[in-house]
Write a protein that binds this ligand. Structure first.
Ligand code: SF4
Ligand code: SF4
Length: 409
């Protein structure tokens, strides 16, 4: 996978609408016995595996992923995909880890395509050989999102702790050759924000049609490395100015999405477009999640697709109902006029920064904990741009994951 968390979050912050190529009827399917207040999910994200050959320091996978590397079987994934479609989901994403590590990816894509989903693959590119992309095309895969870590080989390879830059460049060419829309995703942070111009030039040279420049969201490994990854306000301002200048220069030739890190805003993003509103993720081990970072919230039991149907999970489970709607909100969200715009922000961020997932996301200027966010940003500004800070980056690896899991106990 890669940078997918920010990209997905950015997408989900938009109003829900049918993705291109998706029949609208699919969005309207609703089981008869269900409360009309709860719409069916629109997106089903299958996080096929947490295994990945890369070691990104901002990876959004759970930091303790190595304690549970169980994966659903092919038959179980097929069942999930069929149930998701019956429930009304119209878009099916395959991510991970690296979804190409699953030999059954083509079979799962083919079933998704047969059922009428719009299918997309979110990949680091590792494993996307020509025979593989040809098979995926034949299976009906609609869309591929490829991640790069930077425009330079040195930084790309440093940030992923692998030598993958040349391989990714070859994969980018294959994606064009197989006539897919070229969607490139680069996660931004202190180490590469000053390279935005070169990243855009690289994207243009590759014939990219859609470039997602997603500033790091501080969950998972990004949170562990926050002090090292957080840019300065000045860096961010410069990068945004570069993006705007290029947008003017090249118009629609390359569409650039620049997702500002919410620590630098004073209103939170509408995380997941609201909990249990449009998005249903199934983790590699079969746990169903209203957001891919939701497992960071302690004392919550997440339902499992081998024990309950997706319909029961979506409509009736405690986990999906816990932060649905607005009845759970405390002040200041409860009486806030914007509560249906941003749904109180991100539950995982509220937990990480205030210790209570039911609090307002402290990114919000109205939150009593907003000063914590301001302090973190100030500390980042004081730190020397381009240097890692006191701690070295902690790269995602099985050994580091086990260490972090032990430390959590
Ligand atoms: S290590 Fe990198 S490529 Fe692999 S899943 Fe994490 S973010 Fe994606
Ligand atoms: S108080 Fe809550 S609902 Fe209002 S803007 Fe802030 S986070 Fe959003």
């Amino acid at each position: 996978m890669s940078s997918r968390a920010p990209a997905l979050a950015a997408t989900l912050a938009k109003p829900a609408s049918a993705p291109a190529g998706v029949p609208l009827g699919a969005m309207q399917a609703r089981p008869a016995a269900v409360s009309p207040a709860v719409a069916p999910p629109m997106w089903l994200l299958a996080e096929l595996t947490y295994r990945c050959p890369l070691h990104c320091a901002f990876c959004y996978n759970p930091v303790d992923y190595a304690s549970n590397l169980n994966e659903l079987s092919t038959a179980q994934w097929l069942d999930v995909i069929r149930q998701g479609r019956k429930l009304g989901a119209a878009q099916l994403g395959f991510s991970g880890g690296e979804p190409l590590l699953r030999d059954d990816l083509e079979e799962l894509v083919a079933e998704g395509h047969r059922l009428g989903y719009y299918t997309n693959l979110i990949t680091s590119g590792v494993g996307l050989s020509e025979p593989r992309i040809a098979r995926l095309k034949a299976a009906g895969l609609d869309h591929i999102q490829l991640s790069f870590q930077d425009s330079s080989r040195e930084m790309n390879d440093f940030l992923s702790s692998t030598r993958t830059f040349d391989l990714k460049s070859r994969v980018a060419a294959l994606i064009k050759q197989y006539d897919y829309p070229m969607v490139l995703n680069v996660v931004l942070h202190r180490y590469n924000l000053d390279h935005v111009e070169r990243i855009i030039e690289m994207a243009l040279a590759m014939g990219v049609e859609y470039l997602e420049l997603a500033n790091t969201q501080y969950y998972g490994w990004g949170l562990v490395n926050r002090a090292q990854l957080m840019p300065s306000q000045e860096q961010l301002r410069r990068a945004e100015a570069v993006v705007n200048a290029w947008r003017e220069k090249i118009g629609k030739r390359l569409r650039i999405l620049f997702v500002v890190p919410d620590y630098f805003e004073d209103r939170p993003k509408a995380c997941m477009n609201g909990w249990g509103s449009v998005f249903l993720a199934v983790a590699a081990d079969g746990s169903a999640l209203p957001c891919h970072a939701a497992r960071s919230i302690p004392n919550m039991e997440f339902p499992h697709v081998t024990r309950q149907s997706l319909q029961q999970i979506w409509y009736d489970s405690d986990a999906f109902n816990k932060f649905r709607g607005d009845a759970w909100m405390k002040e200041p969200c409860r009486t806030c006029e914007d509560k249906h715009k941003d749904f109180g922000g991100c539950r995982c961020q509220a937990l990480a920064l205030t210790g209570d997932a039911a609090n307002a996301d402290p990114v919000c200027g109205k939150s009593a904990d907003h000063d914590k966010v301001v302090r973190i940003v100030r500390q980042a500004q004081a730190a020397q741009v381009g240097q890692g800070g006191a701690q070295p980056l902690l790269f995602r690896s099985d050994a580091n994951s086990r260490k972090l899991a032990r430390a959590k106990k």
